[in-house]
Design a protein. Structure first.
Length: 249
């Protein structure tokens, strides 16, 4: 039995609508939007630590890593999306390249072996995060465009001290200080002395500046460097240290 032409036309319209809706859904326009959650403390510091992996998210290549919250909790499978995504990827690749060049060599000042350094990106205040599923994997996506650029800064330190670094920034009484070129810290025959000098070496390459330390209230120090191409003004106290450290003081 032949169908009347109006029915053919109606079927064609329905098919066209289905195709359009499918395309919109595939593009994400019709999917339910994930609600933004804010992790961390409004007055704390949270740290994103890239692991070298990347994913394609909404057409952009983004770095993947972990998010260390101000209370010490670590959130894994985190994507940094938005401002500075490509800069973070480039910075991390440079740190990895420098590690491959220097780790295994010996610090000429304290005669100890160099160690792997790790870049991290500190956010002052809470971090806006959404959940997303990519290829069956659940991720937590930092919506970096919702963060004031003044509240984001990059640093690098010994990879095993990254959690301690974030914890130190969240410890009342911690302050940043610079190491003078003749500081005895460079001669300490331990990892602290090595990392202190190694940050200076890396400071000769790329947007890196070394020779800075965090000084905790118990006088423990954590050497680190700042990354100049992500340097929010709200973290200037840690980027441009005003104090000079004297271990005997």
């Amino acid at each position: 039995m032949a169908f009347p032409r109006p029915l053919y036309a109606a079927i064609g319209v329905v098919v066209t609508v289905i195709v359009i809706l499918a395309a919109l859904y595939a593009g994400g326009l019709l999917r339910p939007q994930a609600s933004v959650r804010y992790l961390g403390s409004p007055s704390g510091y949270e740290g994103f630590v890239p692991n070298g992996q990347t994913v394609n998210y909404n057409g952009q290549t983004d770095p993947v890593g972990s998010l260390i919250l101000n209370n010490g909790t670590t959130v894994h499978d985190v994507i940094w999306n938005g401002q500075y995504a490509s800069t973070i990827i480039n910075n991390h690749n440079q740190i990895v390249q420098l590690n491959s060049q220097f780790v295994g060599q010996t610090d000429p000042i304290n005669h100890q072996p160099y160690v792997p350094l790790q870049d991290l990106y500190v956010i002052k205040g809470q971090v806006p995060v959404e959940q997303a599923t990519i290829n069956g994997q659940t991720y937590y996506v930092i919506e970096a465009n919702k963060i004031n650029p003044a509240d984001i800064a990059g640093f690098y330190t010994y990879d095993k001290w990254v959690s301690n670094f974030v914890a130190a920034m969240n410890t009342p009484g911690t302050y940043a200080a610079g190491l003078p070129g003749n500081s005895p810290v460079f001669q300490w025959t331990n990892t602290t002395g090595t990392v202190a000098y190694q940050t200076m070496i890396y400071g000769q390459y790329g947007p890196f500046a070394g020779g800075t330390i965090l000084v905790l209230p118990n006088r423990t120090i954590i050497p680190y460097g700042a990354i100049g191409n992500i340097a929010g003004a709200s973290l200037n106290n840690y980027i441009l240290a005003q104090n000079s450290y004297n271990p005997s003081s």
